[in-house]
Design a protein. Structure first.
Length: 338
């Protein structure tokens, strides 16, 4: 590993002069600075984080705030986290992952230190108690998710309301007249999590527009819960022929439950899902689905944050909604003949 003393020897200066060139704490001549920078490039020297922070007044670290609350599907959350970390490294930034449910106090604790330059915040609630603090922090932030009132914030996400609508549009185009939404676990709605409520809103709007009979039920993330929800739906809607699922852990258990109750997929019941593309594609019956674009959302969230950190005055959009894309697979078909 190349050390600061190696750079000093190569440039013919003292180690303290190299340090001053990196930190800017003391003035050095342009010729000396040029010689030091040439040696750094030739030797491939990478200053440690502390030296970089001194030179730029930054830590080159982003905080990713992902409270792992009940009802959150961790594998999907980790897909977002991986995409943020990968994109941050391309900008020479590291990521501090904050998973505790600490609310505004946790954000304040991190922001009051020199640990991070900026924040990416996930699992955004409609009336999120962290928002007043985020609006006043001296560090920029980007939200993956939309609160009810996003003004003054920078937010990005899949357009979950449009996703709920698109699933119903697909089923309606196939002739289905009685549809249901199997949604997130109950605690996700109780917290007011934005994406879950928006899927329900889109589902309901599209069903009403097409004159469909529609039911929306939450479902705990367990196979036994999937069986109970399937039974309830068929009891309340015996003519049910189309289902939208927004709950990754119960996708296959739900299909299994309906088939155990005598409905073939897609012969008797068409199923669509909002879930990661790879999960839909590898299901026992490949599922017609709208992908959750975690890689694109994470990358673009970091890009938005880098633009805010650059201080160049480049306009950063407050709201970025990614349009849903539906992929048709084996789980949907025209409504069975009566």
């Amino acid at each position: 590993m190349v050390k600061i003393t190696d750079v000093a020897r190569h440039a013919g200066v003292s180690p303290s002069t190299v340090s001053y060139a990196l930190s800017g704490k003391r003035p050095i001549s342009a010729e000396t600075r040029s010689r030091v920078e040439a040696s750094i490039r030739e030797l491939g020297y990478r200053p440690h984080a502390g030296a970089r922070a001194l030179a730029s007044s930054r830590s080159n670290v982003l905080a990713l705030v992902v409270p792992l609350r009940s009802g959150i599907h961790v594998p999907v959350v980790m897909q977002f986290a991986v995409s943020v970390v990968t994109a941050a490294r391309q900008h020479d930034h590291d990521v501090l992952l904050l998973t505790q449910e600490e609310g505004a106090e946790g954000l304040r604790r991190v922001a009051d230190t020199a640990l991070v330059d900026a924040l990416i915040v996930m699992d955004v609630q409609l009336d999120d108690p962290r928002l007043p603090l985020l609006r006043t922090l001296d560090r920029p932030s980007v939200l993956i998710g939309f609160p009810a009132e996003p003004a003054g914030l920078t937010c990005i996400d899949l357009d979950f309301e449009a996703a709920g609508e698109l699933c119903v549009e697909h089923l309606a185009a196939l002739g289905h007249r009685v549809v249901a939404l199997v949604g997130s676990p109950p605690e996700v709605y109780v917290r007011g999590t934005g994406f879950a409520h928006r899927v329900v809103a889109g589902f309901t709007t599209a069903a009403r527009r097409h004159g469909l009979a529609a039911t929306a039920l939450p479902c705990a993330a367990a196979p036994a819960a999937a069986r109970l929800v399937a039974e309830q739906l068929l009891r309340e809607q015996p003519a049910l022929t189309g289902v939208v699922v927004h709950n990754e852990p119960v996708l296959e258990p739900l299909v299994d439950a309906f088939e155990a109750l005598g409905l073939r997929v897609p012969g008797d019941l068409s199923v669509t899902a909002i879930c990661p593309d790879e999960q839909a594609g590898r299901a026992r019956i490949p599922l017609t689905s709208i992908a959750i674009p975690s890689a694109e959302v994470g990358t673009r969230a970091v890009d938005l944050l880098m633009r805010k950190l650059s201080g160049t005055g480049t306009a950063v959009p407050e709201s970025t909604l990614l349009p849903p894309r539906l992929t048709t697979r084996a789980s949907t078909a025209p409504r069975p003949a009566l």
